[in-house]
Design a protein around this ligand. Structure first.
Ligand code: SF4
Ligand code: SF4
Length: 423
């Protein structure tokens, strides 16, 4: 049986590949294995074979596609502009449709439904906190040991910012920024989320977190969960319908939100056109003088480019603008932006490859001489901390900038922290 769903990789997507091989040296799984079947070109050839009826969606096909990180490093260097990420999402949807299993159904329940529930995420946070505080790492299953070790200390009572409004602090009239809380930014990355809100306020934005919003759906999409992905996208489109600017502080969410058109047609395209990563918004405010460049030198910071910021959204300059404006000296660790191995559920589903990439990324950071790392994606942050250990600090660029503002240099823009505004 060839394809069975409307979302399968299309003829146009697959035939765009001219098999030049330019993507191979940029593909982490090809570099790990040296195998054509673990390369973008190889995977596209396997998809084409299925499309032509020369192969089928079976366990071997599943293994070959599931080994892909969906990092999209191949897209950036492809002269034929093959939309590899979209084709791989289509292949994963076919796998989910043709190879159902109890394990996959549980995963689909988690990625398509539970992850979008604030109550379920609160419960998950409490359970993870209990594990974090009581179970020594050596007793944890190998698949989650580094992930649990890489989490920030989890809160006892997770709070949600959804439904809140924050008034602007600076009188620059930047407009309204509607912020996505996502699934984990409130309960697991509260300091990043707070920094996002506070820096946006100081750039002159009224910050709202619309009621009714939910998880972006990226994990569901990467797992072939078409119904869960569509449902979450529709819910967010409804919640943000009156927004002019939609801001996210998780790179993986931003990459997916900017492609809602693939999941929700015209309404998805309109939504996507309003989405910006917080690094885009903050860097623009620094560039045009709504936020200050701080003069106090704070040392080096190693720059880690999340794949879904660098490859999927093509954002690299903005995080560097932000950490420079905070007084840090950005240090490059990797010319090509190789994946750190986090990749959503990849660290759990492909622990060996994820560990190899995690170790490699940690070595790159250590070679930089900096003990502070800037990363704009929650999954990468967990992976980096898990493989670097406690001697290194991993923080979001906007979090570093917010800390620098709090350190007292903000009079340079003519307003002060005493003017806090009201929530
Ligand atoms: S998405 Fe990443 S891992 Fe997958 S084929 Fe492309 S470069 Fe390789
Ligand atoms: S770079 Fe693009 S066209 Fe060339 S082999 Fe890779 S996917 Fe195909």
């Amino acid at each position: 049986m060839a394809w069975t769903t409307l979302e399968a990789p299309t003829k146009a997507e697959l035939s765009a590949c001219i098999q030049c091989g330019l993507c191979l040296p940029h593909c982490p799984t090809f570099r790990l294995t040296g195998m054509e079947s673990a390369s973008p070109r190889g995977r596209l050839m396997v998809m084409s074979a299925v499309a032509k009826g020369h192969g089928e969606v079976n366990d071997v096909f599943d293994d070959l596609m599931s080994f892909c990180l969906q990092c999209r490093a191949c897209e950036v260097v492809c002269p034929s502009l093959v939309p590899f990420g979209r084709a791989m999402e289509g292949a994963r949807i076919e796998i989910a449709a043709q190879l159902p299993s109890p394990v996959r159904r549980v995963r689909q329940l988690i990625t398509g439904r539970l992850i979008g529930s604030v109550r379920a995420m609160r419960l998950a946070t409490r359970m993870a906190r209990l594990v974090q505080r009581t179970v020594p790492a050596r007793f944890l299953p190998r698949q989650v040991r580094r992930s649990i070790g890489g989490l920030r200390p989890l809160p006892k009572r997770p709070v949600s910012t959804i439904g809140s409004t924050f008034t602007p602090v600076a009188p620059t009239g930047s407009g309204v920024a509607a912020v996505l809380a996502g699934c984990v930014m409130d309960p697991w990355f509260g300091d990043v989320h707070k920094a996002t809100i506070e820096v946006l306020r100081r750039a002159g934005y009224r910050v709202v977190l619309p009621d009714g919003q939910t998880c972006c759906g990226a994990l569901a999409a990467h797992d072939g969960n078409v119904h869960g992905t569509r449902r979450l996208a529709k819910q967010n489109i409804k919640a943000f319908v009156s927004a002019d600017l939609i801001v996210t502080d998780a790179a993986g969410c931003g990459a997916h939100l900017k492609e809602y058109g693939n999941w929700a047609g015209d309404a998805g395209e309109i939504f996507a056109s309003k989405v910006q990563d917080v690094t885009e918004v903050v860097a623009a405010a620094i560039e045009d003088g709504r936020l200050p460049r701080l003069e106090v030198p704070r040392g080096k910071v190693a720059m880690q480019d999340p794949c879904h910021l660098r490859h999927a959204q093509r954002i690299t300059a903005q995080p560097r603008t932000i950490v420079s404006a905070a007084g840090y000296e950005p240090v490059e660790i990797d010319d090509v932006g190789m994946c750190c191995g986090a990749a959503g559920l990849y660290s759990v589903l492909q622990p060996a490859a994820s560990a190899e990439l995690g170790h490699k990324k940690a070595e790159q950071v250590k070679a930089s001489g900096s003990t502070v790392v800037a990363s704009a994606n929650p999954g990468c942050e967990i992976q980096l901390r898990g493989y670097l250990g406690g001697a290194y600090r991993v923080a979001h660029p906007v979090e570093l900038y917010w800390e620098a503002l709090q350190a007292g240099d903000i009079e340079t823009v003519g307003w002060s922290l005493a003017d806090e505004g009201t929530r």
